[in-house]
Ligand binder design. Structure first.
Ligand code: PSV
Ligand code: MN
Ligand code: MN
Length: 387
């Protein structure tokens, strides 16, 4: 397979950017400020538009409520459109409120659960105005000590709460439920793994799907297997791409383990999860704690594109033949040949042929935008994570 054979398929790629990637974030030790950090959601959108303008890869921005709350979402949508973007997934937030100390959608107190459900209904109202398709739910719910909560009762209450949210979805809207194996709860998390997410969304209906965040697994987890299985079951709704060395690091996707990213994307392509008709949304979920945020996002979408290109280059006919013949090393070699193909020169030419800069990172550095925002924006805001 040659690059020319896959060039058209690359044109369909769209990777959603998280609004919070443009704000200051950090760890519990320190949040370092970056000159030029956006002070408003409009400034986050303006920054995101630089990523899309230079790569052609990132036409939508995800919102996080209440971090990105505004009075007029239709106007925000128009603002995004004026910047060549659309508003994408809406992320709910039930993890920064004292009320939710012991849980949100799973809480034992009906009044707390109601508040958490209402917050999600507010997100759906926002989606009606922005035209967003997906409501993404990640819950911090869980416990720290054995016996602290009734694990099973919490699952039951989660199912009831999700049902109330799901029933309010518009015909074009979807709910994606993200899992994470630990943190902030350390003994048990209420949606710890793909199996739990799958069980919960399967009970809801066709428009409830699983969100797979690549940083939310135990070390050594075979994530591409999960991808293959969820695609097989028709329940992979979206990715939150990032990379991790240790925990939920939220580092630049493809930075920690490019080979894993390749293996994941190979299974995405293999399972029909890539292309204009695919129901699988590609999103980033990253924070740039020490590096500049806009070039960090540019690097991220380019990394996804590079590994997608390599995954598309796999000679599937040769691979199938080798697999069927029990040719272990031959099959492995077919996959590795694609992985080791340096697609960067071809992608640079591909970009130029579409009126994009051959080297978007460099083009950004030379654009002067970073200097301009550093001068114009004083007192940049934290992302919700830094608040
Ligand atoms: C928390 O772990 C988290 O990183 C989840 O991955 C969410 O997708 C993200 O925050 C935004 O809410
Ligand atoms: Mn995530
Ligand atoms: Mn996370």
């Amino acid at each position: 397979m040659a690059f020319a054979d896959i060039a058209d398929r690359l044109a369909a790629q769209a990777i959603e950017l998280p609004s919070w990637a443009f704000g200051n974030s950090g760890t519990r030790f320190r949040v370092f400020g970056t000159p030029g950090t956006p002070r408003t959601v409009q400034e986050k959108i303006a920054d995101a538009s630089r990523v899309h303008a230079l790569t052609g890869l990132a036409p939508t921005v995800a919102l996080h409520i209440p971090w990105d709350r505004v009075d007029d979402y239709a106007a925000l949508g128009r603002f995004a459109a004026d910047h060549g973007l659309a508003l994408g997934t809406v992320n709910s937030n039930t993890f920064q409120d004292d009320l939710y100390k012991f849980g949100s959608l799973t809480h034992t107190d009906e009044a707390v659960r109601r508040k958490a459900v209402d917050h999600h209904l507010e997100c759906l109202d926002i989606m009606d105005q922005t035209g967003s398709r997906d409501l993404k739910i990640w819950l911090a719910d869980g416990t720290n000590y054995p016996g602290q909560g009734d694990i099973r009762g919490r699952q039951d209450r989660l199912a009831e709460s999700l049902r109330l949210i799901y029933d309010r979805l518009g015909p074009q809207q979807r709910l994606v439920l993200e899992y994470k194996f630990f943190e902030p709860a350390f003994y048990h998390t209420d949606v710890p793994d793909w199996g739990t997410s799958y069980a919960q969304v399967s009970a809801l209906g066709d428009r409830a799907l699983v969100c797979l965040d690549t940083g939310h697994h135990a070390p050594g987890t075979n994530i591409e297997f999960i991808v293959a299985q969820l695609l097989r079951l028709g329940k992979l709704g979206s990715f939150d791409f990032n990379s991790r060395f240790y925990a939920d690091d939220d580092l630049i996707v493809g930075a920690a383990d490019p080979f894993q990213l390749f293996r994941i994307l190979y299974e995405v392509v293999r399972g029909g999860g890539y292309g204009p008709d695919s129901p699988v949304a590609f999103m980033l979920d990253q924070c740039h704690n020490v590096e500049d945020k806009i070039p960090g996002q540019i690097r991220s979408v380019l990394n996804v594109q590079e590994m997608t290109a390599r995954a598309l280059l796999v000679d599937t006919t040769a691979l199938r033949t080798a697999q069927d013949e029990g040719d272990v090393l031959g099959a492995n070699a077919v996959l590795m040949d694609a992985f080791y193909t340096d697609v960067r020169p071809d992608l640079a030419a591909w970009r130029e042929s579409r009126g994009l800069p051959a080297d978007p990172v460099r083009a950004y550095a030379e654009s002067g935008y970073q200097r301009q925002i550093a001068e114009e924006r004083v007192g940049g805001a934290q992302s919700g994570w830094g608040a």
